[in-house]
Design a protein around this ligand. Structure first.
Ligand SMILES: *Cc1c(COP(=O)(O)O)cnc(C)c1O
Length: 385
């Protein structure tokens, strides 16, 4: 494939690593057995799933038995929430934040509409929650605290170790949406008092349609997708074998490239960000620049509509986004930037650029040429109007 575009939207999805595709191919062709079948043609497919489970567990620093394969990050999150609120009729309260991905946000909004008590924690202008407020919001009726590890729009990272400790101290179940963290930063779930953690294949160079819910082995659990006894009775339905095998390979590759994320990918992001701040007057970074993913920058451009920017950049073959992919098309200002206290104008004038190990310095150079041009063009049109 000729590369006639520059892809800086890796928080929306990532390129499947060619080594992942190679690992998957046999399971899309001759190795089509059902992993639940008792004969060898099925058992061998099952053992490929178990290898993938071990590879995922190695990246997460947990036991293979704690890894449940699902269809996506969204399903993982739905499963964790539903399991927690169905465990105890007297514990129905949910604590979450205003900046979650729609997987959590819409699920909790839907539950709230049906009378479920939900506490929505706000964030400050850096995108950080108040830990005292979080602790105080937990009551005897709290079923679950669900807080994302890193924000998909700004890259801002919550102190999940501290938060998990607070929640565990109150004896409450804790779920974290770690979709943006896994593969970018090292994690060790053995040392972290987390009950549930969600991740998604297509955010770490595996295919779409496969995810994981980590279920701590001492955590009570009820399945969300019920049916056959697959996944140790924790998720019914014949597994997406090729996707799972691909995710396993992607986790193995991520473990090898995690240092690269923190150095090379971070350097690409920083070179781009510093370049923009230096040459675009009125450009600002949204959110905490210290506690942040190494690959993400959310930039506000004063006096610019991001929708217009996206059209111009698309014409030039640059892929980036305004807010999350899941909310584009709605023309709503980002709920994350609004929650940080930014007005509609700043929220509507912001773009997210997210890098991966497949990006190069040429991509950065190209973006540093195209983005300032587009800002200038939009500003000229606005000034003339
Ligand atoms: C992409 C994303 C999800 C959803 O994952 P899918 O596999 O696309 O359902 C959830 N949370 C965050 C933070 C994400 O970035």
């Amino acid at each position: 494939m000729s590369k006639d575009f520059t892809y800086l939207d890796n928080n929306a999805t990532t390129r499947i690593d060619p080594a992942v595709v190679a690992e998957m191919m046999p399971f899309l062709t001759e190795r089509y057995g059902n992993p639940s079948s008792g004969y060898r043609f099925g058992r061998e497919v099952n053992s490929a799933i178990e290898t993938a489970r071990e590879r995922v567990a190695a990246l997460l620093g947990c036991e293979p038995e704690e890894v449940v394969f699902t269809s996506c990050g969204t399903e993982s999150t739905n499963t964790a929430i539903q399991s927690a609120i169905q465990m105890d009729r007297d514990r129905q309260h949910i604590v979450t934040t205003r900046v979650e991905h729609s997987a959590t946000l819409k699920t909790c909004e839907g539950l709230a509409r049906r009378g479920q008590p939900v506490t929505w924690l706000g964030v400050n202008s850096e995108g950080q929650v108040d830990l005292a407020e979080l602790g105080n919001s937990i009551t005897d009726e709290t079923a679950l605290v669900s807080v994302m590890w890193a924000n998909n729009e700004t890259g801002v990272m919550f102190p999940i170790g501290e938060i998990a400790g607070i929640v565990r101290g109150k004896g409450v179940v804790f779920h974290t949406d770690a979709v943006q963290v896994i593969g970018k930063l090292p994690v060790a779930l053995r040392d972290l008092p987390v009950n549930f953690l969600s991740l998604s294949g297509h955010k770490l160079h595996a295919p779409k349609g496969v995810g994981v819910l980590y279920v701590n082995r001492r955590t009570k659990f009820l399945p969300f997708v019920t049916g056959g006894g697959q996944e140790g009775g924790r998720r019914g339905g014949t597994q997406n074998v090729a996707g799972i095998v691909g995710l396993g390979k992607a986790c193995e590759l991520a473990a090898e490239s995690i240092a690269h994320e923190a150095t090379v990918v971070r350097a690409l992001r920083d070179e781009f960000e510093n370049g923009i701040l230096a040459c675009v007057p009125g450009a600002q970074v949204n959110g905490d620049r210290v506690h942040r993913l190494p690959n993400t920058t959310s930039l506000a451009f004063a006096g610019v509509e991001s929708e217009a920017m996206l059209i111009l950049l698309d014409q030039e073959g640059l892929c980036c986004s305004a807010g999350s992919a899941c909310t584009t098309g709605q023309h709503e200002p980002s709920h994350v930037l609004r929650a940080m206290g930014f007005d509609d104008t700043r929220a509507r004038g912001s773009l997210r650029f997210s890098f991966s190990r497949f990006n190069t310095r040429e991509d950065v150079a190209r973006a540093l040429q195209l983005v300032p041009q587009a800002v200038e063009k939009v500003r000229r049109v606005v000034a003339a109007a």
